[in-house]
Design a protein around this ligand. Structure first.
Ligand code: ZN
Length: 398
């Protein structure tokens, strides 16, 4: 049974059904700041899908290269370069890479081109006219108007381009389901909602991030419906907030959970029964006309990426908790919680404290403690996205 997924994998690759899987990433090998001012060229192994734009405050050039990977390290511009300050790799993931070039002064983008030389090497060429934003003082005249029609500018100056990262926040229980009770009668659903709301406020206060509350009030939402709400909101992350309970009232502390691999594989089996579900998971590849074997391979890939992202978020959140409060378990726990089973949305569940412990019950009711808890979760999430922001998100360019 253990070797089954591996075997499926080999089978699928052998029958050449590797569609989206084996697509070679484009290799980005070097950067050159040669010749004229504001000229940057990037060596690539094939013509990439790309976009280039400029952002303000601070002034920087953003270059997205789809389905690409960076070979080696980035060569920095010389310190004396009049325009380019520093180049960094802002994002590198399955979607591609994002390079950000910090600029020493505001620029007016001029043109952008892709060219090939005699060898089979391609280059992305970016030319930036280095007019230190004297645009405002230059009066429009016939010459500039005529020049405008020369060639459509392919670079745009954009402020805060990119989408928000969506964080789905699930306050555990609700309505007829009060969850666990504390010794004083405190209901879990009340405190999870209070913490969830505070977490949402922190998320919404962060430029480039947006919170979606899974339940917006004291009513019950089915566990699978919670996953669906997150999917409908196109969530990048799902966080379920709970409070723990145990019959020994001395037990206390927080824990963070991700889905166990057993939970994940049984869920995969369930999703595969409905091919329309599976198709949704693998970036729109239509699975209906493909072998089941391939479907399971694709699903497997999506799922292992999700599990690994969930683990990273959970580690990051746990680290923050360690600084503010007591931990019940000092490593991320695994369980088969249904709400964590979205195969394509990284998901974590936080047991914020033990409601069954008298001290923690009072803490859970305390607004400052709720805020502290929400802040710890937010910091963990923020630290994670600082390193792993989706390539098309605003945060990746910040
Ligand atoms: Zn609960």
């Amino acid at each position: 049974m253990k070797f089954y997924p591996k075997m499926l994998c080999m089978l699928a690759l052998q029958c050449g059904a590797a569609v989206a899987l084996a697509e070679q990433p484009i290799q980005v090998s070097s950067l050159a700041y040669d010749g004229q001012l504001g000229h940057l060229s990037i060596a690539v192994s094939a013509s990439p899908k790309h976009r280039v734009f400029v952002m303000k405050n601070p002034s920087r050039l953003v270059i997205d290269i789809k389905k690409a990977t960076l070979l080696g390290s980035l060569r920095q511009p010389p310190a004396t370069h009049p325009l380019f300050a520093k180049v960094r790799l802002a994002v590198q993931n399955a979607e591609g890479i994002r390079l950000v070039v910090d600029l020493k002064k505001p620029i007016t983008p001029e043109k952008f081109s892709l060219s090939s030389n005699n060898r089979d090497e391609h280059r992305l060429m970016v030319d930036l006219a280095n007019k230190p934003s004297a645009v405002a003082q230059a009066k429009p005249n016939a010459a500039t108007t005529a020049k405008k029609t020369d060639k459509p500018a392919e670079l745009k100056t954009v402020v805060n381009k990119g989408r928000d990262i969506i964080v789905a926040i699930d306050a555990g229980h609700g309505g007829n389901d009060p969850g666990a009770h504390g010794p004083q009668g405190t209901e879990e659903k009340i405190v999870t909602f209070a913490i969830a709301q505070k977490l949402a406020a922190f998320v919404n206060a962060q430029p480039g991030m947006k919170a979606v509350m899974v339940r917006k009030d004291d009513y019950y939402v089915g566990l699978r419906e919670r996953m669906q709400i997150a999917r409908a909101a196109k969530a990048d992350l799902f966080i379920s907030i709970h409070a723990d309970a145990f019959n020994d009232i001395s037990v206390r502390g927080a824990s963070v959970f991700t889905l166990s691999t057993q939970g994940a594989s049984s869920e995969a089996a369930l999703w595969l029964e409905k091919t329309e579900n599976a198709a949704e998971l693998v970036g729109g590849v239509n699975l209906s006309d493909k072998e089941n074997v391939l479907a399971s391979v694709l699903l497997d890939l999506s799922q292992s990426a999700t599990l690994s992202a969930s683990q990273q978020v959970a580690d990051s959140v746990l680290k923050q908790f360690d600084e503010v409060g007591q931990l019940h378990r000092d490593s991320v726990q695994k369980a088969g919680f249904i709400v964590l089973k979205s195969p394509d949305i990284p998901s974590i569940l936080v047991e914020t404290a033990f409601i069954s412990n008298p001290l923690e019950e009072s803490n859970l009711l305390d607004t400052r403690y709720q805020t502290m808890t929400a802040k710890a979760i937010f910091n963990g999430v923020y630290e994670y996205f600082k390193k792993a922001a989706p390539i098309d998100s605003r945060m990746a360019a910040l």
